[in-house]
Ligand binder design. Structure first.
Ligand code: CP
Length: 329
C-alpha cells in the first residue's frame, strides 16, 4: 500500500500509480463508511482549499466544497471572472500567492489547448498541491469516482470486464474530451477490456490514445476503437459497463459552428433501450452529468434499473475527500 501523497498534485490520471489509486479508493471507502455512520473525520482542520473556476459546475463545486467542510476545513469558491486574472495576474501570481494563502488549489479550466497548460503553469509556482477539477485533457476526479462506482457494482477484480466508452449526440454545446480521455487511460490499468466508439470526426488526442494502448498492454486488457459512422450499437454488444456521453469534434475543427454542424449529423447516437439490450443483462449505464436528457440518453435508460448515475455522482464526494485528505494533510 503506497501512502506518499502529501503535497502532491493530481493533474493527469497517470500522476498516481495504480497502487496509489488503490490507496485512494481504500481511503474513499473508509470516508464513505465514516460519513454513513456519522463518525467525525476532520483530518483537514483549519486547512483551506481554493476552488478556482473558469467554467460552470454543479457536481464538482458542490462535492469539493462539501468535502473539504466535512474534513474540517474550508473551501473558498473563486469565479475567475471576479479575479484580476484578466487584468494581469498570470499563473505565476496565482501559484505563488494562492500557494501561500491556501493549503490546496483546485482549478477547473476546460478551454481546449489552454486548460492543462494553465494548471501546469500554476503548479510550477505553487507550494500547495494543485488538484485538477477538469481541464481540456483530463477529468481525474470524475474518473476516480467512476472507478469506485464500477468496483462497487462489478467487484474489485475488473479484469476482462468489458467497458464501452462511447460518444453520444448532444445538442447543448461541444463538450470537452476530458472525461473520455481519463477513462481510457485509467480503466485499462485495472485490466478492463475497453472499447472506444465514436463517429470518425470525434477522435481523441492521439498521444492519449497511445498511452491508453500502453496501459492496456501493461494491465493485460484489450483496447479497441470503433470509429464507423454507426458503430454505437455494435460497441455495446456484451458490455458490462456502458459509459456513453458526448464530446465535441475538437480534434477535427476549432470552428464552433462547423463542430455543431458535424455533431448534428449523428443524432442517432443516443443511448437508448435498444442499445442497452445488446449489452449484458446486468450492464450498468454511466454518465458524469449533466446529460442532455432524451437527446444524449433517453430518460428510460437514465432513470432505469441499469443506470448508476446518482451513485456515480455521490462518489465524487468520497473520492475527492480521499485525495484532499492524503495530499493536503
Ligand atoms: N461531472 C461533472 O464534472 O459535473 P459538473 O460539470 O456539474 O461539475
Amino acid at each position: 500500500m503506497q501512502t506518499n501523497f502529501r503535497g502532491r498534485d493530481l493533474i493527469g490520471d497517470l500522476d498516481f500509480t495504480k497502487e496509489e489509486v488503490e490507496t485512494v479508493l481504500d481511503v474513499a471507502w473508509d470516508l464513505k463508511r465514516k460519513r454513513a455512520l456519522g463518525e467525525p473525520h476532520a483530518y483537514l482542520r483549519d486547512k483551506v482549499l481554493a476552488m478556482l473556476f473558469f467554467f460552470s459546475s454543479t457536481r464538482t463545486r458542490g462535492s469539493f466544497e462539501a468535502g473539504i467542510a466535512q474534513l474540517g476545513g474550508h473551501g473558498a469558491f473563486i469565479d475567475s471572472n471576479t479575479t484580476q486574472i484578466s487584468h494581469g495576474d498570470t499563473p505565476v501570481e496565482i501559484g505563488e500567492i494562492f500557494g501561500r494563502y491556501f493549503d490546496g488549489i483546485a482549478i477547473r479550466h476546460c478551454d481546449f489547448g489552454d486548460g492543462n497548460k494553465y494548471l501546469n503553469a500554476v503548479a510550477k509556482s505553487s507550494r500547495a498541491p494543485i488538484l485538477n477539477m477538469q481541464c481540456d485533457i483530463y477529468h481525474p476526479f470524475q474518473c476516480l469516482a467512476d472507478l469506485m462506482t464500477i468496483m462497487e457494482k462489478k467487484g474489485r477484480d475488473l479484469r476482462k470486464k468489458k467497458m464501452v466508452v462511447s460518444w453520444a449526440y448532444a445538442a447543448s454545446y461541444l463538450k470537452p474530451v476530458s472525461v473520455a480521455q481519463s477513462l481510457i487511460l485509467q480503466m485499462p490499468r485495472f485490466g478492463m477490456d475497453v472499447t472506444l466508439a465514436y463517429p470518425p470526426e470525434f477522435k481523441l488526442m492521439p498521444e492519449i490514445v497511445e498511452q491508453a494502448k500502453e496501459q492496456a498492454r501493461i494491465g493485460g486488457g484489450n483496447f479497441e476503437i470503433i470509429d464507423s459512422k454507426d458503430g454505437m450499437k455494435e460497441a455495446c454488444k456484451d458490455a458490462d459497463v456502458i459509459y456513453a456521453k458526448s464530446w465535441g469534434p475538437l480534434l477535427t475543427t476549432n470552428d464552433k459552428a462547423e463542430g455543431k454542424r458535424i455533431q448534428d449529423s449523428y443524432k442517432d447516437w443516443i443511448m437508448d433501450a435498444a442499445k442497452l439490450k445488446v449489452a449484458k443483462p446486468d450492464a450498468i449505464y454511466m454518465h458524469p452529468l449533466p446529460a442532455d436528457r432524451d437527446i444524449e440518453v433517453t430518460s428510460e435508460v437514465m432513470d432505469g434499473p441499469n443506470s448508476v448515475v446518482f451513485d456515480e455522482a455521490e462518489n465524487r464526494l468520497h473520492a475527492q475527500k480521499a485525495v484532499m485528505a492524503l495530499t493536503m494533510a
